[in-house]
Write a protein that binds this ligand. Sequence first.
Ligand code: SAM
Length: 248
Amino acid sequence: MSVSLTAAITRALSWFGFEVRKTPKSDELSIPDAEFYTPLFSPWRGYGEFAEYLRLARPYTLVSPDRLYVLCSLAGNAVRLGGDFWECGVYKGGTARMLAEFLRRNARTEAKLHLFDTFAGMPETEGGVDTHEKGDFSDCSLAAAIRAVGNAERVEFHPGWIPESFREMPDRPIALAHVDVDIYRSVWDCCEFIYPRLQAGGVMVFDDYGFPTCPGARRAVDEFFAARPESPIILGTGQALAIRLPAG
Ligand SMILES: C[S@@+](CC[C@H](N)C(=O)[O-])C[C@H]1O[C@@H](n2cnc3c(N)ncnc32)[C@H](O)[C@@H]1O
């Protein structure tokens, strides 16, 4: 698609506060995939292969397209490590469905996707730290999530309370952990169990780190990583990432 009038683009970019780095010589500027520049390149609007992942996840997820895109991109790196994928906080299964399909298409090893949730809503929360309450997200079920996620060959469900449901897990390396549990105690328990099993280069993605509805999530991440070499990377999407550094 061709976009005319360089001046109009320049004006639009300046309006949104973006620096215009180069003044094109011609008055005609052709930008590949111009429909995804809004005003910057925004592939989470459904660019390329991601369009299919977005289509699969959306009916079953609370997670916005920009966060889905970050998660999908991280999966693209993590899959090369060969370890398992974990998701804590599955609810109706939207993000899990995307990760399951990603593994189906891309995994070259026996990597599995392990899914942890009560499938019956939030456990007890801590007043003064969390805004969520016991029983939030109870409009879901294990059976419905199994139907939504698919790819039974690669996916294992672990219904129950975190961290009790972790204790049955064999000691296998983890390449990617999507932590979407919203409250202080649950995020902390995920950090404590997953971090030591995370491969070097593996990543923990905290979906709700920056959300005003989840102050306990940010507190747990900040407290946990204050005593560790990794600094969480905070994104404009509301997510935060912790990438495991090599030992030593
Ligand atoms: C925001 S939802 C997950 C959203 C989901 N990833 C999606 O794609 O929409 C948070 C989930 O975390 C689960 N959860 C929070 N703490 C938990 C705990 N300690 N044990 C098990 N599940 C927990 C809740 O049951 C709820 O389903």
